[in-house]
Design a protein around this ligand. Structure first.
Ligand SMILES: Cc1ncc(COP(=O)(O)O)c(C=O)c1O
Length: 427
């Protein structure tokens, strides 16, 4: 099946008893069995089944199967995906499943602020260090690997730096050192890309964004792409687990130990909502990309716009990677500037259609001033280092009619830049 079909039919063939075509919502905490022996068998893994929703749930499992099919995750007796309560829970579970105190993450810079905080502050408290480097060129990124580096982490499009790393080149460098590459593909779900063919070993998503698509729930997922041989990997506990679980040692160990212990499972209702959103993922993402490209083109020609950062623009240094790697689809997010922070705030206040809020990947167009919101805990120097400048506006372009989005932006730009001088002249 092609991605658009998989997003609708993957992982669920309908209910043979009732004929229901929608995955049922199993809103239950636990599962009863007829005999003590049966429950003991399921607990020990000798028989299939669910015992407690913190570990597995049939609604969530349908979502996991569908996501695994979409991303072509590991195939076999174990589903290649684990769904989590949020994108942060997926990244946390992945890192806790791989790392020990003393290990190091090598991460691209300019990534989502919440992930940076997890790496630097929270995991830092447990003796895990993180080195940040520019992932624009695989060679220079690779120079930051040392004997303690156990994971390489990238975002397929940096949020909010809007850079596109050399994913394939970095995967090659990672594998030369036997290090797994974890890719956050939140901004580039299918049909934009599939992480496995790019060389990623684990792909993580915040499903709160495009996969849900309607801002109705928070969720996350991690998928083992099948590229990494855990039986010969860097991780002694996963090598040990591979003796029992074979190729599924990472997912099996995670499900039975780390994921179970961390408690970051999704609510069944949220998995149900994710499944509804997922059905329209592919055409929605096509529309997000087309609208974002259109808006970026209009903004970059606007005399009062100082700059636009969108990898889909021919002027972007990352455009070649978008054209060759992503089939020309650069996602639905862009950043731009009207020259000053004051104008950025005035622009937001003048918007009539677009919403001022901290989310992305919603059907609605969302606008945010990152410096005073997500990055407000950072000093100006730290913000500049991660590419969050005071004048920067972040836009998650929705799927409304593009004429309405452009009309809203044009009236808000006019209101925010009343003086005669243009932003390009002011900067
Ligand atoms: C690229 C990226 N990864 C991860 C996350 C975290 O996801 P969640 O908010 O679902 O925990 C976000 C949230 O904005 C994000 O943009």
């Amino acid at each position: 099946m092609k991605p658009r079909t998989k997003a609708i039919h993957g992982g669920y063939a309908g209910d043979p008893v009732t004929g229901a075509t929608v995955v049922p919502l199993y809103q239950t905490a636990a599962y009863a069995y007829g005999t003590a022996e049966e429950l003991a068998d399921v607990f020990s893994g000798r028989a299939p089944g669910d015992v407690y929703t913190r570990i597995s749930n049939p609604t969530t499992q349908a979502l996991e199967k569908r996501l695994a099919e979409l991303e072509a995750g590991r195939k076999g007796p174990v589903t290649g995906c684990i769904a989590t309560a949020s994108g942060m829970a997926a990244i946390t579970a992945t890192m806790m499943g791989l790392l020990r105190s003393g290990d190091e993450i090598l991460s691209a810079n300019g990534i989502f602020g919440g992930t940076m905080s997890l790496f630097t502050s929270t995991l830092g408290r447990f003796g895990v260090t993180t080195t940040y480097a520019s992932a624009d060129k695989a060679d220079s990124f690779g120079k930051s690997i040392n004997e303690r580096t156990k994971v390489i982490f990238l975002e397929s499009i940096g949020n909010p730096r809007m850079n596109v790393p050399d994913i394939e080149g970095i995967a090659q460098v990672a594998h030369e050192h036997n290090i797994p590459l974890v890719l956050d593909s939140t901004l580039t779900p299918p049909p934009i890309m599939q992480a496995g063919p790019f060389g990623a070993d684990i792909v993580v998503f915040s499903t709160s964004k495009y996969i849900n698509g309607h801002g109705t729930a928070i969720g996350g997922a991690l998928i083992d792409t099948g590229n990494y041989d855990w039986g010969r990997g860097l991780f002694s506990d996963l090598r040990q687990a591979a003796l029992r679980l074979g190729r599924f040692s990472f997912l099996g160990h995670l499900r039975k130990v780390i994921y179970r212990d961390l408690g970051g499972c999704p609510a069944p209702m949220n998995s149900f909502l994710m499944l509804q959103g997922l059905e329209t993922l592919v055409p929605r993402v096509e529309l997000h990309c087309a609208n974002a490209h259109n808006l970026a083109t209009r903004l970059s020609a606007h005399p009062r716009v100082a700059w636009v950062n969108y990898p889909g623009l021919p002027s972007s240094p990352y455009n070649d990677r978008v054209v060759r790697g992503f089939g020309g689809r650069a996602g639905g997010m862009l950043t731009f500037s009207l020259g000053t922070r004051q104008r950025a705030m005035a622009f937001i206040n003048a918007l009539r259609l677009a919403k001022n809020m901290t989310n992305i990947g919603d059907a609605k167009t969302l606008v945010l001033h990152p410096a005073t919101t997500i990055y407000q805990e950072y000093t100006e120097e730290e913000r500049n280092a991660v590419g969050v400048h005071d004048d920067m506006l972040r836009v998650s372009v929705g799927i409304e009619d593009i004429d309405d989005i452009i009309a809203d932006f044009e009236q808000a730009i006019a209101a925010a830049t009343q003086s005669a001088c243009t932003a390009k002249e002011a900067t």
